[in-house]
Design a binder for this molecule. Structure first.
Ligand code: ATP
Ligand code: MG
Length: 384
């Protein structure tokens, strides 16, 4: 089987080979190319040590040099080049305390997580697949390399990765790997929450987020306050937006979405967006133009579109609502204080002061939300 590597990747393989070493493209990129997907990034495994890689490429960054990883920077993209290694000394079920460089690609492939992630390729040898990942791709199977108990015990992040890949690739999890992942899922408490969040986000925004259900059912993520026991089918049908999907999930399970995200040390932008969705989901279903404008007072058009997407998935006819939203936008109908034809200064000139300014503006806004044609300065001044 021939794989179509981008030229900057095959050129990099050749550069390493011309210096007298082995080099293979490996991991997710090979898996994705075999499956006809577009890889997100490219990894190379080599028997050349990091110092050699840094000396034969014009531009490199020693990203993870202690673990043998150097980033090769090319005008067409970056490539992570990692020296063949095994791992040792796991404390706390996290990534290894130390790594050892090894001579053979076979040993490097053995330390990887799943068979489908341990296929390698170069132009000289074609596909090299000692862990039989190709068969597992053919049968849509995720399977641990080696003994699943040991692999998850050494690095519990692999448990998250297992369900994340199952969600992204739509693969089934082989029985022993699944049983072991569920049995050891309590170990996730020892993994950094940031890394759990990265995997959770990838799984929730994937094509089959319901692949997370067995993990949720095990209660493994309850320590984060996430007490959903499964991913209902509606989540799969929503647009692939993390804050929408996550807010709906927590809404359906009466879970405090924001507190889960804070436990996960999520970024503020995500937290803010989830706060808004949570508020929208707790409102009665929007049915009128005025209700829609009142919602737009605290959220963006994108949030409203996300909410309508949820209504739609629930089977509600949203044609009136989408038409109304377009009208509001195209006709620039006022729904915010700063859309009003008068300002706080105008009110001060008319003798208002203190809190009555804000109160009056809000009352005027209510009037123009119902009747946009009333939004003229003279008219508003008359009204006050
Ligand atoms: P993607 O980049 O699409 O998320 P990937 O398979 O490339 O998926 P990476 O996290 O980029 O995943 O890792 C590259 C490769 O390194 C994997 O394919 C796997 O072979 C190996 N790997 C990564 N993390 C682990 C881990 N925790 N345990 C064992 N092997 C791992
Ligand atoms: Mg990758």
């Amino acid at each position: 089987m021939e794989l179509n590597l981008p030229k900057y990747v095959s050129d990099s393989l050749i550069t390493i080979e011309n210096a007298g070493f082995e080099a293979f493209c490996v991991g997710g990129a090979v898996r994705d190319l075999i499956m006809g997907l577009i890889p997100s990034d490219y990894d190379i495994a080599t028997n050349a040590e990091p110092e050699i890689i840094m000396s034969i490429f014009p531009k490199t960054v020693p990203t993870g040099i202690r673990h043998g990883t150097v980033t090769v920077v090319t005008p067409h993209g970056n490539i992570e080049v990692t020296t063949y290694r095994t791992e040792g000394g796991y404390s706390n079920h996290r990534a290894p305390d130390n790594v050892h460089f090894v001579k053979s690609i076979n040993d490097d492939l053995k330390r990887r997580d799943f068979t489908v992630n341990a296929i390698c390729f170069n132009l000289k040898s074609g596909i090299f697949d000692p862990e039989n990942g190709l068969d597992d791709i053919k049968s849509n199977t995720l399977r641990c390399i080696g003994n699943p108990n040991e692999r998850f015990f050494d690095d519990a992040l692999r448990i998250m990765r297992l369900f994340r890949f199952s969600a992204q690739l739509g693969f089934n999890i082989e029985n022993d790997s699944l049983e072991s992942a569920i049995r050891l899922s309590y170990l996730l408490e020892s993994i950094s929450v940031e890394r759990i969040f990265v995997e959770l986000k990838k799984a929730i925004t994937s094509k089959q987020p319901d692949a997370l259900s067995p993990l949720l059912f095990s209660g493994a993520l309850e320590f984060l306050g996430l007490n959903a026991t499964k991913i209902p089918n509606v989540i799969n049908q929503l647009i692939s937006d993390f804050s929408l999907r996550f807010s709906v999930l927590c809404h359906l399970f009466n879970t405090e979405a924001v507190s889960v995200l804070k436990n996960l040390k999520a970024d503020n932008q995500t937290i803010d967006s989830v706060k808004i969705y949570t508020k929208l989901l707790n409102l009665p279903t929007i049915t009128t133009k005025s209700e829609l404008k009142r919602s737009l007072k605290f959220c963006s058009i994108e949030h409203i579109k996300g909410l309508f997407n949820y209504y739609n998935v629930l089977g509600t006819d949203i044609s009136f609502l989408t038409k109304t939203l377009t009208e509001i936008v195209e006709n620039k109908e006022p729904y915010l204080i700063n859309h009003l034809a008068i300002t706080g200064n105008d009110l001060i000139k008319s003798g208002f002061s203190g809190p009555e300014i804000g109160e009056t503006l809000n009352r005027l806004l209510e009037i123009v939300i119902e009747n946009p044609e009333q939004n003229h300065k003279e008219n508003l001044l008359k009204l006050i």
